[in-house]
Design a protein around this ligand. Sequence first.
Ligand code: PSU
Ligand code: MN
Length: 305
Amino acid sequence: MNKSFIEIDPTVREALNTGVPVVALESTIISHGMPYPKNVETALAVEEMVRSNGAVPATIAIFEGKCRIGLNAEQLEYFGKAAGVWKVSLRDIPYVLSKHLYGATTVAATMRIASFAGIKVLATGGIGGVHRGAATNMDISADLTEMAQTSVAVISAGIKSILDIGLTLEYLETQGIPVVTVGQDEFPSFYSTKSKYPSPLRLDTFEEIASMLHTKWSLDLRGSVLIANPVPAALGQDYHTIEAHIQDALAAAAVSDVKGKDITPFLLKYIAENSAGESLETNIALVLNNARLGAAIAVALQKLE
Ligand code: PSU
Ligand code: MN
């Protein structure tokens, strides 16, 4: 591969060279998932959480014609504040690179760029999935197809019920992607520890998760594992309350005819603005919780390899 399109921050380069585990972090959550300045505060806190748990953070984004692996505080601030930052999924990478645009990467694009550098673990809040109404709108996130082929584990708080959770779990099964929930039998739904769907698999410790990842990749079973880390119960929200907000958001999206890559940011913004900030606080708490687990898994995995 031509490495001229990749730029690795010195802190991340040093970690990779000396065998210190690295945790990849996406940037769409910063530019399109949360309002300023909470987005930047959260991005910095998430990086600190990774560091204090023994790994090195690598927030990934695109600018000046390079895929950047590891952003400094000034760059994080830019991605949190600037208007016109592209939301970059897999298909957008060559366009945004060759036009020298600023791009915030989704889980799919972040996984691919992380894999260029040999990073094995990515922590985020929520992933994209199969949207409600997918049978007619065909809206299935490239996060899922990317997870089928790229060997980077993804830690999320489950799947937000702006998506069709049942169809997303079916799609993950079809694509051969293991889904493991941490410490409970029920698959979590981001804001809530509940979803009414049983988790396909359950593991209770980060050591067991690292062992499963090591086993999968040792067999050359390529692709991701979706690790669903339930939001800390005290911070989670009532399933029915959040469902009401989601129904309102979906109705507003339909009225405004929002589609395609704009639908997820639209729904997230709508819910955050219409739930008195509570959903944002929960969102921040669960991302931090995922960063902590991601670092622990990366450290344990490094010991096995
Ligand atoms: N779900 C969330 N928060 C997010 C996203 C999804 O709860 O910030 C972002 C992630 O970057 C994810 C992307 O990878 O949206 C999926 O977008 P799409 O559905 O357009 O593939
Ligand atoms: Mn989509």
